[in-house]
Design a protein around this ligand. Structure first.
Ligand SMILES: Nc1ncnc2c1ncn2[C@@H]1O[C@H](COP(=O)(O)OP(=O)(O)OP(=O)(O)O)[C@@H](O)[C@H]1O
Length: 266
């Protein structure tokens, strides 16, 4: 399969938010080495939604972990906003980097059941030691933005899956992160709720210039992205740019099927 060249989606007019150059990650144990990522070259631009698709074990989670500085690449270089990521892979800078720059959304929502919706959403700002009055105002604003103001006093156990994911999105964006990382954000939701959550993410991009990287197994989910990156055995093997007036779903489905086919036969 062909290895991609760097794709300059915006003709180099803009500094990418993230640049990865020959990023590799090996997990070594006593007996063997797993090449989780193999020489990834990629740029993520501000204000784009990028979907990451790939076969099981292709390195998607490893990639998210490296982007969030939860894991350090074995080789290669990353820059974030043009600044090389070096100390960001070491504590305490690593935690600080995440608090300042990264928002997370998970398939299982990862809300704290004993806290109210408001308190869950406030958590990133509490960790940033923000002033209590400011936190209250920001929580009010973000709940209104996501149309869940009426849920403020409820506990996560009282919410539907879609409502929980809206709360999780509110928590993820309250500190204005540069980058939102979403790991199968609609994996636990039905089709209508999936569309509703994806529309919300697209709105965040349009209204707040939010950059979003989401991992998904679902070609339908990928149609909401601007670009789809396909991973296989740790390599970035293909790319698709969603176009208006195109059958994006069929294109993405076919590309993913080709990769899965080669997975089964190699
Ligand atoms: N901490 C670790 N130690 C050893 N090997 C690991 C570790 N984390 C991941 N791997 C291996 O690295 C490879 C990539 O894993 P990764 O979890 O990134 O894949 P994935 O594409 O997210 O898979 P899935 O879709 O099944 O979640 C796999 O072979 C996996 O077994």
């Amino acid at each position: 399969m062909k290895q991609l060249k760097l794709h300059e989606i915006r003709n180099g007019e803009e500094t990418p938010l993230v640049v990865m150059k020959n990023v590799s990650k090996e997990f070594r144990s006593k007996d063997f080495t797993t090449q989780a990522l193999d020489s990834i070259n990629c740029e993520i631009y501000q204000n784009e939604i990028v979907a990451i698709m790939g076969t099981s074990g292709s390195g998607k989670s490893t990639l998210l972990n490296i982007l969030a500085a939860l894991d350090k690449p074995t080789h290669g270089e990353l820059t974030f906003h043009g600044v090389p990521m070096i100390e960001q892979f070491q504590e305490p800078t690593s935690s600080e980097f995440r608090r300042q720059n990264i928002g997370f959304i998970f398939q299982n929502f990862s809300l704290l059941d004993e806290l109210t919706v408001s308190d869950n959403v406030a958590m990133p700002l509490i960790l940033l030691n923000e002033d209590t009055k400011k936190i209250t105002q920001k929580v009010t604003d973000v709940l209104a933005k996501l149309s869940i103001a009426d849920l403020a006093k409820k506990k996560p156990t009282e919410l539907s899956g879609g409502q929980k994911q809206r709360v999780a999105i509110a928590r993820a964006i309250i500190a204005n992160p540069q980058l939102l990382l979403a790991d199968e954000p609609t994996g636990a939701l039905d089709v209508n709720t999936t569309n509703d959550i994806l529309t919300t993410l697209v709105q965040l991009k349009k209204l707040s210039n939010q950059t979003i990287i989401l991992v998904t197994h679902d070609p339908h989910v990928s149609t909401y992205a601007d670009r789809v990156l396909f991973f296989h055995k740790g390599k970035l093997v293909d790319e698709y740019i969603n176009q208006e007036h195109s059958d994006n779903l069929t294109m993405i489905f076919d590309k993913f099927k080709n990769i899965q086919r080669s997975y089964l036969h190699v």
